[in-house]
Design a protein around this ligand. Structure first.
Ligand code: NAG
Ligand code: NAG
Ligand code: NAG
Ligand code: NAG
Length: 571
């Protein structure tokens, strides 16, 4: 059996299904009024929430609004409590051929759409075409939407909590360690139940059914009949729910990097990691293919590179390496290196070089190099694109959404051990990180008021959905995409012959053109379409950039930008 991972990134410990990197931010006290070195931060707090979308200019040429929607869609009382949903939009530049607004979701669950828009909105706009507005929204409980779910009182407090976990893997053969991991999840579960799990507490109203309904309401308020949407990672769960709940409201719906919503709703978390090892092993294959000039770990076969990599891990397990001059100082343990490659597998093209540099620096005991590499040992996906939006703080939305959507699970030691064994046999590296999701849910007690329990399928939709799927995704395997495809009548499938999470992890102008054709004309790729990536890890560019037309070159640049923000589902 295999498992899928959903990645969230925090210090070196948490796991989830996100597109976007760490969501660090200043203390909550200064959330809404921080000035930044470059652009002044928009003051979301000054934006009057309203029951219609009232756009205000923000971030130079963009539009922001806060839309009031019912907190509780099951309530008879329409004047009851509300939630203010933060919207941030890049308007279409081509008004003549205007085609509507595309909503985007970066996954998580718990990722911020306004943050994704800030990082990659222009790139997404280039790909879908100038005739669409691109709109990021913060799902209820998240980011600049109000209220937010945050069960820690400051970022400092959360950071201390996260670093307390230490350097040992979750390991079910070690009862004490298992007890520790479980007790930690109980602490978070109990804190959230206490702070936000009451009658009108936000934790009870964050289910995917509510968010899908928010997307419908946003679409209606925009004056548009049907939803246009591109969702990544957990965003594919949101897309599956929406399409199942509102099949006649599908305009253009793309789900990219698919997790099977039945597995998700069962709170099983055991399909994600099926292809995880294949993605990790591609490091050795591409290093060999690229040759000694492009890969410093080159050996005469991929197997020998693999042995060399694991030899370093074994050594570090016996003798952890202190890096005292890093800021903050770092201890390189086996767990730190496995965490590095687990994260790197989300976007191999951008990160495998760092993994090789790390191993080389350890082999040569080069402290100068290790000191410089330290932040990328902790998180190789950390990128220069980080914008540090002050309203984006790490939150507890993952548990509220994923555990609340899922069936209620109680902890059973034997069942958990079997599950863990299954997960780690598929994915010895990622399994111990991924297995935490299950504990997150057994120790989470808040139940949502509204949980969608109908079929996650639709024989007929007002327009067929489009599935984009890398052939080898570390946390959302092709097998899930194929299963989901069968459930949605007429759905199109484009497989991208690449490694990494979601199509954007490997730029492919071929894929981008299919996205454009679907968005603009509703055209699906022909049955069996496979797109090749334009770039490979270590090897580099494989398509001839000089031969590209101007339009292809523009797409290629947009794809490169987008590849920086690959969602970190379950990390
Ligand atoms: C895409 O993203 C990159 C990096 O963020 C940026 O430099 C580039 O200008 C963007 N351009 C377009 C047209 O998408
Ligand atoms: C798990 O714990 C057992 C018992 O302490 C130990 O023998 C084993 O090596 C550990 N496994 C891992 C992957 O650390
Ligand atoms: C150690 O790493 C630094 C930085 O990467 C490099 O400049 C230097 O040449 C390396 N030293 C040795 C002895 O390899
Ligand atoms: C599917 O839905 C479309 C659009 O609503 C409609 O035209 C078509 O007849 C439906 N097909 C079936 C088999 O129900």
């Amino acid at each position: 059996m295999a498992k899928i991972a959903i990645i969230t990134v925090a210090a070196a410990v948490s796991v989830g299904l996100h597109l976007v990197n760490d969501l660090y931010a200043p203390e909550p006290e200064v959330l809404y009024h921080t000035a930044h070195a470059s652009a002044p931060e928009f003051d979301w707090h000054s934006l009057e929430p309203s029951t219609e979308i009232k756009w205000t200019s923000c971030y130079n040429d963009q539009k922001c609004a806060r839309l009031l929607l019912p907190l509780d869609y099951l309530s008879e009382d329409l004047s009851g409590p509300t939630t203010a949903i933060a919207l941030r939009m890049i308007p279409a530049r081509d008004r003549t051929n205007y085609r509507g607004t595309v909503l985007i979701n970066p996954g998580g669950p718990g990722g911020s759409g306004t943050d994704l828009l800030a990082r990659a909105g222009k790139n997404i706009s280039t790909i879908v075409g100038d005739s669409f507005d691109v709109l990021g929204f913060d799902p209820r409980g998240v980011g600049a939407s109000i209220p937010t779910l945050n069960c820690f009182s400051s970022k400092g407090q959360r950071d201390i909590w996260l670093t307390q976990e230490g350097h040992q893997f979750l390991n079910t053969s070690d009862e004490a360690l298992l007890g520790l991991y479980r007790a930690r999840q109980r602490v978070v579960g109990d804190r959230c139940a206490e702070s936000d799990g009451g009658e009108e507490g936000i934790a009870r109203f964050m289910s995917t059914a509510s968010v899908a309904t928010d997307m419908l309401k946003i679409t209606e308020k925009l004056g548009q009949e049907k939803l246009h949407y591109w969702g990544f990672s957990y965003g594919t769960i949101l897309g599956q729910y929406f399409t199942a709940m509102y099949p006649d409201k599908v305009g253009r719906v793309i789900i990219d990097g698919v997790y099977d919503a039945y597995n998700y709703r069962g709170a099983l978390w055991n399909s994600n990691l099926l292809d995880n090892e294949a993605v990790i092993n591609s490091l050795f294959t591409y290093c060999h293919e690229a040759g000694p000039l492009k890969c410093a770990l080159y050996e005469s076969s991929p197997g020998k590179i693999r042995e060399r990599y694991y030899r370093v891990l074994d050594r570090v397990e016996r003798d952890p390496i202190p890096v005292p001059h890093a800021e903050p100082p770092l201890l390189i343990t086996r767990k730190a290196l496995v965490n590095q490659i687990f994260r790197a597998a989300y976007k191999p093209i951008n990160t495998y070089g760092t993994v090789v540099d790390t191993i080389r620096a350890i082999e040569t005991a080069n402290q100068t190099a290790l000191t410089a590499l330290a932040p990328k040992i902790v998180d190789p996906t950390e990128c220069a694109c980080r914008t540090e939006l002050p309203q984006i703080v790490e939150n507890d939305a993952f548990s509220a959404i994923a555990c609340g959507d899922g069936e209620e699970r109680t902890y059973d030691p034997e069942a958990y051990k079997a599950y863990y064994a299954d997960l780690t046999s598929d994915a010895p590296n990622a399994g111990p990180f991924w297995a935490v999701h299950f504990l997150q849910c057994t120790e989470w007690s808040v139940r949502p008021k509204w949980r969608y329990t109908g079929p996650l399928a639709a024989a007929n939709t007002s327009h067929p959905i489009l599935i984009l799927q890398p052939k080898f995704d570390p946390v959302c395997p092709l097998r899930d995409a194929l299963a989901v495809r069968e459930r949605y009548g007429g759905a199109g499938l484009l497989v991208q012959n690449s490694y990494g999470h979601c199509s954007m992890s490997a730029p492919s102008v071929c894929t981008a053109k299919h996205v454009r054709a679907y968005m603009e004309d509703g055209r699906l790729p022909e049955e069996g379409t496979v797109c090749e990536p334009d770039e490979l890890p270590f090897v580099g560019q494989v398509s001839d950039a000089r031969a590209m037309s101007g339009e292809d070159a523009t797409l290629s640049e947009a794809l490169r930008g987008l590849s920086e923000v690959v969602p970190m589902f379950g990390a």
